[in-house]
Design a protein around this ligand. Structure first.
Ligand code: FNR
Length: 384
């Protein structure tokens, strides 16, 4: 096997092993993909200040996220259909996360159910909720997460309606894939994916079974989402979830200070500055450029995290320097999972950890809590 040094090596393997339809689902953003691009490229505007002659022993990235000890301040983001990127994908990613010592977040739109993931892991994972009009069903999902021992609830607020992702429509995205001639040819070139998939029982949406009957392709999913997801969701509704979930509550999809202040008012433990990885409203600012104003408005009242565009351990340090308490990663996990299953996710985490630790040392720190705004300069100000 070729040497895996950085995320792009896993990404290359991912492209070889996973059917094109699911690559498109993972990698695309909405509309023109401007926000998807900005999420990544804006990290390149942040340059480090190199320091020398510092005592760099011992070094640690250890942190706490909503009161939970983590080996580095990173959690695996909720990603739908992981079980299509690799058979039993949700279980494998959860196992990799628990072995490494960081949280895994199970999406509402998962293939493996909450119960199946719980039965195959030792430590608690987090559950991500999409609020549906059927409040009884939504509450049942929370009850199932509680019964499975989930240790935090991530409520995603930026998907009351589903963003238009052209790649999914062009690819006729289905789960499981429909066996058209082009799909059969594509899957035949990726036999390992197909064989693993044949061996598993987990091929349907495990968390919304019975509810999303008839959902086969992207058009069905759009219709089901339009019919089921709550387009009238209000801050009062979210308060209801705060009341019935006693553990840590993380509100995801916050891009404006006014919304962040609402999250403080209703007693959230953390917010994730997120534009859903550029998959919902195209044309928003990048998350990294939005982060500082949100941190300065509410960072002393709840934990402010970021996701979107993190592609290396260096990006974790950049986000820390701009005030993020922690980060989530979506696509990097999918690249690792599709490339090599559980060991691919572990590899991605190891690479990010090494890159973050080395970068922290080069900027003169041995503890991640020492990283601050003085460690970076913006490219545009470099000649100021
Ligand atoms: C997502 N994301 C997401 N978020 C969520 O709350 N529930 C979900 O089911 C999904 N599903 C999903 C599928 C895929 C394929 C992707 C790429 C993303 C968004 C995700 O949690 C996170 O916000 C982004 O992935 C962060 O951006 P990066 O790390 O992918 O750049």
């Amino acid at each position: 096997m070729s040497l895996i040094c950085e995320l792009s090596d896993l990404q290359r393997l991912y492209h070889k092993r996973v059917p094109k339809m699911f690559q498109g689902y993972c990698e695309s953003g909405s509309w023109t993909q401007q926000t998807l691009t900005l999420n990544k490229s804006d990290f390149n505007q942040i340059l480090f200040r190199q320091r020398v002659a510092r005592d760099l022993e011992p070094r640690s990235l250890r942190s706490q996220l909503v009161g939970q000890d983590v080996k580095m301040p990173l959690a695996l983001a909720p990603v739908g259909l992981l079980g299509m990127q690799h058979a039993d994908g949700e279980i494998l990613a959860a196992q990799a996360a628990e072995e490494f010592g960081i949280p895994f977040t199970l999406s509402t739109m998962s293939i493996c159910s909450i119960e199946t993931v719980a039965a195959n892991t030792q430590k608690p994972f987090w559950f991500q909720l999409y609020v549906q009009k059927d409040r009884e069903f939504t509450k049942k999902l929370i009850d199932r997460a509680k019964a499975a021992g989930c240790s935090a609830l991530v409520l995603t607020l930026d998907l009351q309606m589903i963003g238009r992702r052209h790649a999914d429509h062009r690819n006729g995205m289905t789960a499981p894939p429909r066996l058209t001639i082009p799909n059969i040819i594509d899957i035949a070139r990726r036999p390992r994916w197909a064989l693993d998939m044949l061996k598993t029982q987990n091929r349907q949406f495990g968390n919304i079974q019975g509810c999303a009957t008839g959902v086969e392709d992207m058009n069905d999913l759009m219709k089901w989402t339009a019919g089921s997801f709550d387009t009238k969701l209000s801050w009062d509704d979210i308060r209801y979830f705060r009341d019935i979930w006693q553990g840590p509550l993380i509100l995801k999809g916050i891009m404006e200070v006014e919304d962040a202040k609402e999250c403080v008012k209703l007693g959230a433990d953390a917010i994730v500055v997120s534009n859903h990885g550029g998959r919902q409203l195209d044309g928003t600012r990048s998350t990294i450029s939005t982060l500082p104003e949100i941190v300065s408005a509410v960072g002393d009242q709840l934990e402010v995290w970021l996701d979107g565009g993190i592609r290396s351990g260096q990006d974790i340090i950049r986000a820390k320097a701009l005030g993020a308490k922690g980060v989530m990663v979506g696509r990097p996990m999918v690249y690792g999972l599709g490339a090599m299953g559980k060991s691919g996710v572990s590899k991605m985490l190891q690479i990010f950890h090494e890159e973050a630790e080395l970068t922290m040392a080069f900027i003169g720190h041995r503890d991640i809590h020492q990283i601050n705004r003085d460690d970076i300069v913006f490219k545009r100000d470099a000649f100021a």
